[in-house]
Design a protein. Structure first.
Length: 327
């Protein structure tokens, strides 16, 4: 049947979703009622960038709208839903309703985040981290540049066990599952320097900018950002799917709050598929990638950690797009 975008049934599915299952497509010509939006970093069904997209558009169109965000390791699979994290969210919700329904003291608004934390089940998440708006939650940037061209092969058979480990459903191992962090033949792999002594905390969406040359219009790029520890074991930090055009492109992985500990290496791998989490593309062909830049928004301020953390670079905005309010 070809790609789903050429199947008439898919058009009906998109119409159903946008008409009846998404707040983003509700009439937004007037400012919304006060909103407290919570979302899970590790929710692979409803990733956090959907909430951010709604938030950014609302703040751009209605600057005085009362809208707050709360992110944590929570929700559908692979969310951990730790008791202490959920309790903090419920407290935030109770204060929100107490104010707007009972006239009690106004809760602190803006953006609040916790982090994904691995280890013992009772190991507390880091945070809360707060900012007046989403564009200010990350204060610096860790980044790398990789000039040599690499090619993403049409398939990477050895990725099967790794994809299964990171799958949100069985046999996946949850948010903290690990798999070998070695580079795979057929994947494009990029490593930043190991995190320094004090580590740093990702808060937001990893951004990839590169020149892509796909040999088929139906080829896709499946991206994973991994945390590779000293033993070579890799934990999934963020993932995303992208169908590139030819030329300089920018795309972002789903956001997360995640601390890279001392000695741990952030590794980006670009694959032809991220199965069984997502559907492989029909007609997948080799994709050339060159002059890649990887940008990680972090909580640490620019100039810290021996100047590993830098001032956020100017955003690369594709033609026809514009930045949301606050950026």
């Amino acid at each position: 049947m070809g790609e789903p975008y050429t199947d008439p049934v898919s058009a009906d599915i998109v119409d159903e979703v946008t008409s009846h299952h998404s707040s983003y497509y509700i009439d937004h010509s007037i400012a919304p009622a006060p909103l407290l939006i919570s979302n899970g970093w590790t929710d692979d069904l409803f990733p956090a960038d959907e909430a951010i997209r709604f938030y950014n558009r609302t703040r751009t169109e209605h600057p005085r709208a009362d809208i707050s965000l709360f992110f944590l390791d929570y929700g559908h699979q692979r969310g951990q839903n730790k008791d202490a994290d959920v309790e903090l969210l419920r407290s935030k919700e109770d204060k929100f309703f107490a104010h707007y329904l009972k006239g009690k003291k106004a809760p602190k608004g803006g953006v609040t985040t916790l982090t994904q934390t691995c280890g013992a089940d009772d190991k507390p998440s880091r945070g809360p981290y707060r900012a007046s708006q989403w564009s200010r939650i990350a204060r610096g940037e860790v980044r790398g540049r990789f000039k040599p061209a690499q090619t993403i092969a049409p398939s990477v058979p050895s990725d099967g066990p790794r994809g299964q480990a990171y799958d949100p459903i069985a046999p996946g191992g949850g948010a903290c599952a690990t798999a070998p962090g070695s580079d795979q033949q057929g994947a494009a792999s990029y490593r930043l320097d190991a995190a320094p002594k004090r580590g740093y905390t990702l808060l937001g969406s990893p951004t990839v900018i590169a020149r892509f040359t796909p040999q088929s219009p139906t080829s896709q790029v499946a991206a994973r950002l991994l945390d590779v520890d000293e033993n070579g074991d890799a934990t999934l930090v963020a993932r995303g799917l992208w169908r590139p055009d030819t030329g300089k492109q920018v795309f972002q992985l789903h956001p997360n709050g995640y601390r890279f500990a001392k000695g741990h290496v952030p590794k980006l791998e670009l694959l032809p598929a991220d199965a069984p989490y997502s559907r492989p593309s029909n007609g997948q062909a080799p994709v050339s990638v060159e002059r890649l830049r990887l940008r990680l928004p972090v909580r640490q301020a620019a100039g810290s950690l021996g100047k590993i953390v830098r001032k956020p670079a100017k955003e690369f905005v594709p033609e026809g797009y514009e930045l949301a309010r606050g950026y």
